[in-house]
Design a binder for this molecule. Structure first.
Ligand code: AMP
Ligand code: MG
Length: 403
């Protein structure tokens, strides 16, 4: 039996980014850029007007002065005609500053009539001009490899007309649920049957990681069925199985994986729930064998598979927000295993307060629905009092950050 930390370390040391692909810019949202991006030109590309107004020569300007309007430069147009002494060019926001001009006077600070404009206020050199390269200089590295692409990065890449972006490849994650007792969603279970909810729970979790779930269905509790589905699953980038990994008579997952050439790194972690989790590899293909109890399946996916999938898709920030918080209830547990306590966390006066979110029996799925975090109760401790400090893994990304 290995520790939680060792299990995680082992898994993460065995997986690496799966590769790079070029995708359309919009499809790059939420992905990790795989190469540094340097600006191919200055931004802005030319000095331009920050306001709708008049491009002027500062030397000509004083409050009350009247200038002759000799040019009109709408956005999208550039003018080679210089602004000469005593003149001004009508200019719209974004249009290039014409030669000779060194300031822009916004309409609001002028009175315009019959081809002339009167300036109402003093004007300073460089007023209301956005200068070439002031945002980004040509060649400047602006988006570093490994950056998560969100709207600001997409905006910047788009402004440099980058249509295709190199990102770490999306991975395909095969899901095989096992068990003779299972029927598929949409089928009403007869007595002694249960609905295969784990496949969908895993598929949902995989999707939310940004990976592609590949649903392979149910392997029945016999060697042939396991061989067929697990060998199919090994064709994906990652294989995740549910159930059949404990010490039951018909728990065939591990032995079938071995038969298919998977080398097991470990089986059994000192945690509860989720103890009988196994992890192995066939070549570069990681295989997570998760226990079948739906709460255990979700928690072990969350704590072991999710960080690995994210790493394989180029993320460097692969863990959930981890904070210290304070238990609000008295909790007892057995010594020997680290426990994941399903909790409801609130942020109060800058402190994370964690209340147990219900019956902690692994059979109680409902408790999971009320939880927004897992509290990690260290293996050797048995008693926790209200107010004791614990480590929390925050599952709800929308939970307020520390003030
Ligand atoms: P096992 O690991 O095969 O002993 O399964 C443990 C328990 O998890 C079983 O008693 C089932 O109730 C439950 N279980 C197994 N597979 C699934 C599944 N695909 N969906 C929902 N529950 C499952
Ligand atoms: Mg089973």
């Amino acid at each position: 039996m290995i520790s939680f930390e060792e299990a995680r370390r082992t898994i993460l040391s065995k997986v690496a980014p799966a590769g790079v692909e070029r995708v359309m810019l919009l499809d790059a949202a939420g992905r990790i850029i795989a190469e540094d991006f340097a600006a191919p030109w200055d931004m802005p590309r030319w000095d331009n007007s920050a306001m709708d107004g008049f491009a002027v020569r500062n030397a000509d300007c004083a409050p009350g002065v009247t200038l002759k309007v000799t040019d009109y430069i709408p956005a999208g147009v550039s003018s080679d005609d210089a602004v000469t002494q005593g003149c001004a060019a009508r200019i719209m926001t974004g249009a290039p500053i014409p030669p000779g001009a060194d300031a822009v006077v916004p309409f609001e600070e002028t009175e315009e009539a019959e081809g002339v404009v009167k300036l109402l206020h003093p004007v300073k050199k460089q007023d209301h001009i956005r200068f070439k390269g002031e945002d980004v200089a040509s060649g400047e590295p602006v988006v570093a490899r490994g950056t998560l692409l969100g709207p600001p990065q997409i905006s910047l890449l788009a402004s440099f007309a980058a249509l295709l972006v190199p990102v770490y490849r999306k991975i395909r994650v095969a899901i095989v649920s096992t068990g003779d007792e299972l029927v598929e969603v949409g089928t009403e279970p007869k007595e002694s049957q249960i609905v295969n909810s784990n496949t969908l729970a895993l598929a949902a979790a995989i999707k939310l990681c940004g990976a592609e779930p590949v649903i392979l269905g149910i392997a029945r509790d016999n060697r042939e069925s396991h061989l067929a589905l697990l060998s199919e699953g090994l064709k994906a980038d990652v294989l995740i199985t549910s159930a059949g990994v404990s010490a039951g008579d018909r728990d065939l997952v591990r032995e079938t994986l071995v038969e298919l050439g998977v080398e097991e790194e470990f089986w059994k972690i000192g945690i509860k729930p989720g103890g009988p989790t196994a992890f192995g590899l066939k070549g570069n293909t990681p295989v997570f064998s998760l226990p079948g109890n739906p709460v255990s399946t979700m928690i072990t996916f969350e704590e072991f598979a999710r960080p690995a999938l994210l790493k394989m898709m180029g993320h460097t920030n692969v863990f959930r927000r981890t904070v210290r918080g304070y238990l609000q209830d008295e909790v007892r547990k057995k010594a020997g295993k680290m426990n994941f306590l399903r909790v409801r966390v609130t942020l109060e006066d800058g402190r994370y307060l964690a209340s147990t979110s219900g019956d902690q029996n692994t059979g109680i799925l409902k408790t999971m629905l009320r939880s927004n975090a897992l509290a990690l109760l260290p293996a050797e401790r048995t008693e926790f009092k209200a107010g004791d400090e614990v480590e929390l893994h925050i599952l709800d990304a929308t939970l307020e950050m520390e003030a």
